[in-house]
Design a protein around this ligand. Structure first.
Ligand code: SAH
Length: 266
């Protein structure tokens, strides 16, 4: 029967799971992600996921690093796709570990497209994205009622050759009054802040820059659009999430309250 043949042909191929590793802290991966790692024959990882997560894999699992060496990406996106397909075709359970959530500025969609084209079954396990982590550690409720009714996840790093349709229109974003969560924005922070002010936001608009959220070295810098550019030098080499909007004003109140709570004797 054709349907049976199709099933057995499928069974001969492994499976790829694109797993969201979360923002940094090892215990912010989901239980489903942890289970996928525990069952993996091959795990493919880069610098955006915490390396300690590999300890959840069986010791005999094949570990393939596809990150950056000396700041240069040593494996191209198309090579990563080829590795995923090759490993799965050897009837392996393959985990592709991705920082944060695989589908938010994570190129997980492109990897999934390669798998669709190659006819390889895959699953996507969501993860805690950097914006959610940064809001939590800084005490910033991204959509507090009365402050913001929308939140935007936007990239501050515009790829070379990007078409005008996908280039970020900062002035349009300024008009939405939404909370802006800017990924990969530290290098262009000053320029972005100026574009938002030119687009109509006040220079006094509060800005939080959260570096290395949920990791021991995490830091929260509270500035304004007018002063944000001065921070850029301090951010070099650290993952930083920039939050712009009135909700940032709640940061001090909430983080002071949570610090008081932590300081209480057990
Ligand atoms: N898929 C990831 C984002 C990858 S893009 C996610 O869902 O979170 C990489 C960018 O994410 C970094 O440049 C930074 O802006 C942000 N980022 C990732 N981890 C972070 C962390 N622990 N603290 C602050 N920003 C982080």
């Amino acid at each position: 029967m054709p349907s049976k043949d199709l099933t057995s042909a499928y069974d001969a191929v492994g499976k790829v799971t694109l797993v969201g590793a979360g923002p940094g802290a090892v215990d912010l991966i989901t239980l489903r992600g942890q289970k996928s790692l525990a069952e993996a024959d091959t795990v493919i990882y880069d610098d955006l996921a915490n390396i300690e997560l590999l300890e959840f894999c069986p010791p005999e699992a094949n570990r393939i690093y596809v990150g950056k060496r000396a700041g240069r990406r040593c494996t191209s996106q198309s090579e990563i796709g080829e590795i995923l397909v090759k490993e799965a075709r050897q009837n392996r359970r393959v985990v592709r570990l991705k920082g944060g959530d695989p589908l938010i500025f994570g190129r997980g969609g492109e990897e999934a497209q390669v798998l669709v084209e190659a006819g390889i079954p895959f699953e996507i396990v969501p993860g805690v994205t950097a914006a959610a982590a940064a809001g939590a550690v800084a005490g910033i409720p991204l959509t507090q009622r009365g402050y913001a009714s929308a939140v935007v996840f936007v990239t501050g790093h515009e790829c070379r050759g990007k078409s005008p349709e996908t280039a970020v229109d900062w002035a349009a974003l300024a008009r939405t009054r939404a909370t802006l969560c800017i990924y990969m924005g530290s290098r262009r922070l000053g320029a972005i802040a100026s574009e938002l002010v030119a687009g109509g936001l006040s220079g006094d608009t509060p800005v939080a820059v959260v570096t290395e959220a949920t990791l021991p070295m995490q830091a929260v810098h509270l500035v304004t659009l007018d002063s944000a550019g001065e921070l850029a030098a301090a951010l070099v080499g650290k993952p930083a999430l920039v939050i712009v909007g009135a909700v940032v004003n709640l940061a001090e109140i909430l983080s002071q309250a949570s610090a008081r709570w932590e300081a209480q004797p057990a």
